[in-house]
Design a binder for this molecule. Sequence first.
Ligand code: AKB
Length: 319
Amino acid sequence: MKNILVVGAGGQIGSELVPFLRNTYGVNNVVAADIDESKCKNLSDGPFEKLDATDGKTFAEIVKKHKIDAIYNMVALLSATGEKNPELAWKINMGALENSLNIAKENKCAVFTPSSIGAFGPTTPMDNTPQDTIMQPNTIYGVCKVSGELLSNYYYERFGVDTRSVRFPGIISNVTLPGGGTTDYAVEIYYEAIKQQKYTSNLDKGTFLDMMYMPDAIKACADLMEADPAKLKHRNSFNITAMSFDPEIIGDEIRKHIPEFKLSYDVDPVKQAIANSWPNSMDDSCAREEWGWNPKYNLAEMTIDMLEKIQEKHDKGLI
Ligand code: AKB
């Protein structure tokens, strides 16, 4: 039986990753940790630890106390928030990773850390972006992601730490809202479609980005961590994607269910510049070949599920 620690458990991905892992490995074998206990109320069925991931001493004590075998480090300030406070973004994003790696090295744990399409930059080939290519991001978020990929590979090569990672595209979900990302519009649009039948996008029409529905994202984390190491030619980090669209395409898909839905634009220059520096679509064939990546949801299926779940929340007065 594996003991798992999910750090940043109250975040957009963590809040759905913990229930999935508890379902797979047992409720008491998956410890949720977050700096903010109030964000983890839906995780109260199993163990919880309050943790600032930049505090290495407490982090190490928790790993020892629960005899942790694998750390899922889901802590990050996202791209747009990072640009508002680059020093803090570096401190948190790299601090959490550095502690995860060092504690994993001392305690023989595996480490999963998400990278992102944000690891790419304006000089990266934009269409069908290869697995191994030019990575010169111009955001602090991207600089952290590339540094994190390199550092994680280094810990694997140098110290034998079992580090694995995926480059997530925009993740779309209906449980916990993302915060401060460039791809957040693709979540907000569904909520506003239900609440007001209209949405003002802060990314312009024609801005294509890779995206993925949360159930596929969660499964990617777990599948990669269970993958046969002998088959992994890459580790940090795998391109993975499920769909690529611009605001017009997602708007058209929503209109199939809510015909009166109206989409308008008020472009945020900071987010637009970030989005313009990221790929339009990634080639994820290495993930498919090396560990069987195969997403279930396309835009049409995701839209049906998102609208249904958000409508339920709306009917219950939760949003
Ligand atoms: C962001 O927009 O910052 C994130 C990401 C793509 O990594 N959702």
